[in-house]
Write a protein that binds this ligand. Structure first.
Ligand code: HEM
Length: 221
């Protein structure tokens, strides 16, 4: 670890994961697939493939979370109000017909595998939980508004971005961060959580790169 990293892991966990993943976040945000999707330049097929690709990730997150229930680290973050698999399936009932037939994402299969391997320690699971769900409650909500506007999609096709069990994202995220900070982890363990958060971001970026390889197909005429 560099001096900066050593100082970082002395901070509360919520600071460690936020500050420690800033560069990885910027990289994910700046990928050509995400930028073009958010500029409204891609067809419905692109969004349908994106959503289809994410399904195995949430399937693994929610299955492993259920398997690890009772682990104090996992119980501190787990919340049915966050779960997205049902919402994705509801959305796919609308988007599924636009998806590329037979397309399977190698990137998100690998991501789901990494989440399954995180069942080895609750802290690793927390890393993946944080990376996806806190992202969904942050930039994810803006992405939902843009997708709705771009494709003229209504709430029935945008359940992924609706959290009926969460009244306001900001206080929810503050409480979530407080629960991260209350976890009894030493600096080595916090460093391991951060490493897993970074791995999660890298897997998301790999998924976007995989989709970017199909941009010619996805660009609206
Ligand atoms: C174009 C794509 C993206 C945009 C526009 C975006 C935007 C944002 C914004 C504006 C915030 C800060 C919100 C706040 O302070 O309340 C945020 C936070 C976050 N984003 Fe993203 N994001 C994107 C992609 C991603 C991806 C791919 C991931 C990982 C899967 C991710 C994970 C997170 C996390 C974990 C946070 C919470 C940081 C913290 O406070 O600890 N984001 N995002």
């Amino acid at each position: 670890m560099t001096v900066v990293e050593t100082e970082l892991v002395a901070q509360p966990l919520s600071v460690v994961v936020r500050e420690g993943s800033k560069a990885a976040h910027e990289q994910a945000e700046g990928t050509s697939f995400m930028s073009e999707l958010l500029e409204g330049r891609l067809t419905e097929q692109a969004y349908a493939d994106y959503l289809t690709g994410l399904r195995p990730v949430y399937e693994a997150l929610e299955q492993v979370g259920a398997d690890l229930a009772g682990d104090p680290l996992v119980d501190a973050v787990r919340d049915v109000a966050l779960e997205r698999l049902g919402a994705i399936d509801a959305d796919l009932a609308h988007w599924g017909r636009h998806a590329t037939p037979g397309l399977v994402s190698d990137a998100t299969a690998a991501y789901a595998e990494r989440i399954r391997a995180a069942s080895a320690w609750g802290g690793l699971y927390v890393a993946h939980h944080y990376t996806r769900y806190l992202g969904d409650l942050s930039g994810g909500l803006a992405i939902g508004r843009i997708v709705g506007r771009t494709y003229g999609a209504g709430p029935e096709a945008l359940a992924f971005y609706a959290f009926p069990g969460i009244e306001k994202p900001k206080p929810y995220k503050d409480a979530y961060r407080a629960r991260l900070d209350a976890m009894p982890l030493d600096e080595g363990q916090k460093a391991r959580v951060l490493e897993e958060v970074r791995a999660g971001f890298a897997l998301n970026t790999a998924f976007f790169a995989e989709l970017a390889a199909r941009l010619d197909t996805y660009r609206a005429a």
